[in-house]
Design a protein around this ligand. Structure first.
Ligand SMILES: NC(=O)c1ccc[n+]([C@@H]2O[C@H](COP(=O)([O-])OP(=O)(O)OC[C@H]3O[C@@H](n4cnc5c(N)ncnc54)[C@H](O)[C@@H]3O)[C@@H](O)[C@H]2O)c1
Length: 483
């Protein structure tokens, strides 16, 4: 441990099926609760009466040429997410567990929307069998479990929830700052083992100390506010200039941050540039007796260098929530150094160190985060199913059009997902040429392009012909018409 020293110093829409089915479904609604509002209006930006007025004007769009929307939710998706989908009148089936590939292939055949968490593998083989599938919701942070390219090639959008747990991570970080400064976990472990060890040497208040935040995004900026609330002085380093929360100050270089901060906390994404961004050279530049917290990604810190910095008492403590290699499930992982293939037996090294808080990637693991993930992903699914909006999709270009209103009764929204090849727009516009195209937006991502157009003066009997003419284009991946 370092010698003590004085460390001074932020819907409702509808479903498809036969046209008659849509009509009867809508007859029960008094107001449209289009998620446009809930998505684009920050809380408090509109009065309730304004919101209700807008809701009344927003037109519910109906997916065309699919059966009633069937939703399959696996892996115990949070109740908040289930309720949003059920409120739409979709047929929602929930399962507590994941399904194996063969079971999934059988089950997914007539499903339009699937919701999964991290265990279900949506492979190219599964997606090939998913003939009715239009959208996937990953009720989690990562999307590695989905073959994103295969999904895009089948015209299936994928949504996740990367930022719903930002607050949870920020709060954990605050807790760790205090615990490290007070050697709290060591004192607790000692007493669990029967040892009364009342010490004040090397224990500090955090008030007045400098917190250095590396990566000032969703988590870093939340943390900044919380830390200032506790009387800390906040500096941050980011690759882009970012407006400070409160009175925090951005520094120009990582080195400057390392040399000034009493606590360094990492909140950067996993990128080639952030791999081992904290290694021997960076530890050398940190203040003697300072602290390091890594709640970002396991690749960001060079673990052997961290072990050295702890053993030489360069650091007075550290908190690590993420590791270069992590197990898929709960168990005896840190007892089995052979599992750390090619990385050395760093689990033993880490476990031997004092004032080192080790947690099993729980930064974002709270009830609130799970609930927020449910809301965010289900809302994105509803917006995609009902309005065709791809904002937030991880495998499709992000396209959005403002909602149609009740004053536009003969309008239809055409969605044409197609191969990104020359000449498509001309052919689509030929198909649409008997109608006025009120607005149109198209964008591409790799081999797939997404076109949305709102057309007027559409009589209902014409919709099926429009759909068929688009389906007949050779570039077509998937056609949807909402009306
Ligand atoms: N421990 C957990 O359970 C948990 C939970 C959620 C997120 N995370 C991780 O936390 C990290 C931050 O998440 P976030 O939601 O705040 O991300 P974010 O994308 O909102 O913010 C990341 C910030 O890092 C900056 N950045 C990128 N490269 C940088 C570099 N080389 N140097 C300095 N800054 C750089 C970006 O400009 C951005 O401002 C991610 O790695 C994420 O995977 C961990």
């Amino acid at each position: 441990m370092a010698q003590p020293y004085d460390i001074v110093s932020s819907h409702k829409v509808s479903r498809s099926g036969s046209f008659a089915a849509n009509l009867s479904f809508n007859q029960g609604m008094s107001l449209s609760t289009s998620p446009v509002l809930s998505f684009h209006s920050p809380p408090g930006s509109q009065s309730q009466s304004q919101s209700l007025a807008n809701l009344a004007r927003t037109k519910s769009l109906k997916p065309f040429q699919t059966a009633d929307i069937k939703v399959l939710l696996l892996e115990n998706v949070n109740q908040t997410g289930i309720e949003i989908l059920e409120e739409q009148g979709y047929q929602v089936e929930t399962m507590k567990s994941s399904l194996g590939e063969d079971e999934l292939i059988e089950k997914i055949k007539d499903v339009h929307v699937i919701g999964i968490r991290s265990k279900t593998q949506l492979t190219a083989r599964v997606l090939e069998a998913a003939k009715s599938l239009i959208v996937i919701g990953c009720f989690c942070i990562g999307t590695n479990q989905v073959d994103l390219q295969a999904a895009a090639q089948h015209g299936v959008a994928v949504f996740n929830s990367p930022f719903s747990n930002s607050r949870s991570v920020a709060e954990l970080t605050i807790a760790e700052i205090v615990c490290l400064a007070r050697q709290l976990t060591d004192r607790s472990a000692e007493l669990h083992n029967g040892t009364w060890n009342k010490v004040s040497a090397g224990c500090w208040e955090v008030r007045g100390k400098t917190l250095g935040i590396v990566g000032y995004g969703h988590i870093g900026s939340q943390l900044s506010v919380l830390a200032e609330g506790m009387g800390m002085s906040v500096i941050y380093y980011d690759v882009i200039p970012l407006m400070a929360m409160g009175i925090a100050r951005q520094v120009k270089t990582l080195d400057e941050l390392l040399s000034r901060a009493d606590f360094v906390t990492l909140h950067v994404p996993e990128l080639p540039e952030t791999k081992n961004m904290i290694g021997p050279d960076q530890f050398a530049k940190m203040r003697d007796g300072s602290y390091l917290i890594n709640n970002s990604r396991g690749s960001v810190v060079d673990i052997p260098a961290l072990v050295d910095a702890m053993r030489t008492q360069k650091l007075a403590g550290a908190a690590i929530d993420v590791y270069p290699a992590e197990p898929k499930g709960n168990g005896d992982y840190f007892n089995d150094s052979s599992l750390q293939s090619g990385k050395g037996a760093w689990t033993d090294d880490l476990r031997s160190l004092k004032n080192l808080i080790l947690t099993p990637h729980i930064g974002g693991s709270t009830e609130e985060a799970q609930s927020a993930i449910g809301v965010e992903v289900s809302t994105a699914l509803v917006k995609y199913v009902n309005e065709g909006t791809t904002v937030g999709a991880v495998n499709m270009p992000e396209v959005s059009l403002r909602g149609l209103t009740d004053q536009e009764p003969d309008h239809a929204r055409v969605i044409f997902i197609h191969k990104n090849v020359p000449g498509v727009l001309r052919k689509v516009n030929e198909v649409l040429s008997n109608h006025n195209v009120d607005k149109q937006m198209t964008d591409s991502r790799g081999e797939v392009a997404y076109l949305m157009a709102d057309i007027s003066n559409v009589r209902q009997p014409e919709i099926k012909d429009l759909w068929q003419n688009l389906e007949d284009l050779s570039s077509r991946i998937r056609t949807r018409i909402l009306y």
